[in-house]
Design a protein around this ligand. Sequence first.
Ligand SMILES: [Cu+2]
Length: 435
Amino acid sequence: MTSRRDFLNYTGAGAVATALGTVTSGVNAEDAPRAPTAGNNSLYRPVRTLNGWTLPSTMKNGVKEFHLVAEEVDHEFAPGSRAKCWGYNGSTPGPTIEAVEGDRVRILVTNNLQEHTSIHWHGLLLPSGMDGVGGLNQPHIQPGETYAYEFTLRQHGSHMYHPHADEVTQLAVGMMGMIVIHPKNGESVPVDRDYCFLLHNWALHPGTYRPDPAIMQDFDLWTFNSKVFPAIDALVASSGERVRVRVANLSMWNHPIHMHGVQYWVTGSDGGRWPQSQWRSEVTEIVGVGQIRDIEFIAVPGDWAFHCHMAHHTMNAMGHDVPNPLGVDQRGIDNEIRKILPGYVAMGEFGMAEHQDHVDMGHNSGPRNTLAMMTGKGPYGNIEMGGMFTIVKVRDNLARNDFRDPGWYEPPSGTVASRISDDPEFGSPHRLKPT
Ligand SMILES: [Cu+2]
């Protein structure tokens, strides 16, 4: 639990960070609080971007300068699925921009795409001419050009950046990133770990390598920070720590984000951290398109699923336009179908779980560059998930800056559900009879 003692620790570590120089953040930044700029005394615990990174900045005459490069990136959703996406500085999503309320920031944007772009600073309070809507607030940034945006951060909270030019293409292929602005006066209830990620969806049709921007609803991949389970980082915490997760949505769907094992509080949004009287206790919170929600919880030991509750959003590439096989006796037709569709394996009569077993056994490998619908192995078997699913892994006595995956939870004896019979007629359960 965070306490006054931690505040004192922050102060000490922050002083060291300030002494070290002007680059205030880096790839997989150490979890040491730091003072962001000269003249700004506040300290903050750096945010950790799932599967991502924080953009280093340079101080120039009191202005914190960042440099984004819009460019094509060769991206891996999970081993076995890659695509030509667009992003910033070599990644989709682009790196997180992290600063403190009151900072003067200058963000250079170089366009290395073959068409024009712009950047909108989603939710930020700034002069109209810095708002980044191509054609409305500024000329488009042509290929090869660099534009400078400069403004003072007048708020705190979780925010986003994304193009406001040919959005239907540029968003669909991955151009987006997060902006985290810490409050200048610190936080009355400090957090011990601070995570952030973006929700997105992709139409990467089976066997292809370019996301299709024309698709509106029927997507193949559903991602946390452009990754699918099981390639999404675990959210690691030590028992009793206060954890914040900032969930941003630039996809084409609303996503009910559900966590197991705790009731979390919804504590903030693009509007900053809300007054404590407005915090809500939930276990599922819809993060609408264009919205951000901050959730916070006290970490409880275990392995806890953390996922979108739309069942199709926790699958990888799956066909939606197929006849329903449920309850259909397909024995005997395999051989007939295989004559026209070599390798065909009938399945689904009793449910779809057998899909993962068939894939694991090599019965149907699917098209190239295409992930199986269900995947993932846990200590007790197939997890049968994909897409927007990851695990909150909480262990006792982890060091404050230890974010390594601790492996599978070893539950205390007597606390795991277990088999007591394999007789289908076991016991005398109360059941409704058909009328
Ligand atoms: Cu969803």
